[in-house]
Design a protein around this ligand. Structure first.
Ligand code: IDP
Ligand code: MG
Length: 150
């Protein structure tokens, strides 16, 4: 099934010059970018974005982290995009993430794990609606599309 997922290069990923690296990995997999922008997430939006983690011991640090500098917000589309991106990203704790995954290659600490990807189709819809307006989502056909599916 063709899905859309929300991906974000977190402030450490931007500061460490990983925007191109991350976009490149998603492109190479065959996923299609549908939206992309730099953004400084306001605190109230960060709290809505991470509402499921409110009350956890890392919550305050997480809100500080995600609002500490600009991020790159993206929507990527493709066959099974939600799961495909999660597997490209790797485990939440980069110290446990497999080599070859983005976190496994580029990070070491869960509090600075470089990238976010939606964990389900419903989370993806919620996150896309929170960070993007409909007019920012591009509908287009890419010339490689016939080489990426049967
Ligand atoms: P995910 O990003 O892999 O989906 P979640 O469990 O949804 O992981 O946690 C959201 C974010 O909260 C993580 O990406 C990470 O930045 C932060 N986080 C999660 N667990 C910890 C922790 O134990 N210490 C510090 N930060 C954490
Ligand atoms: Mg999550």
């Amino acid at each position: 099934m063709i899905e859309r997922t929300f991906v974000m290069v977190k402030p450490d990923g931007v500061q460490r010059s990983f925007i191109g690296e991350i976009v490149g990995r998603l492109e190479k997999r065959g996923l299609k970018p549908v939206a992309l922008k730099m953004y400084r997430i306001p605190k109230d939006m960060a709290e809505r974005f991470y509402a499921e983690h409110k009350g956890k011991q890392f919550y305050d640090g997480l809100i500080n982290y995600i609002t500490s500098g600009p991020v790159v917000c993206m929507v990527w589309e493709g066959e099974g995009a939600v799961g495909a991106v999660r597997s490209l990203i790797g485990k939440t704790n980069p110290a446990e993430a497999l080599a070859g995954t983005i976190r496994g290659d580029l990070a070491l600490h869960p509090g600075k794990n470089v990238i976010h990807g939606s964990d389900s189709i419903s989370s993806a819809q919620r996150e896309i609606n929170l960070l993007f307006n409909d007019y920012e989502l591009m509908d287009y056909r890419r010339i490689d599309s016939e080489w990426l599916t049967e």
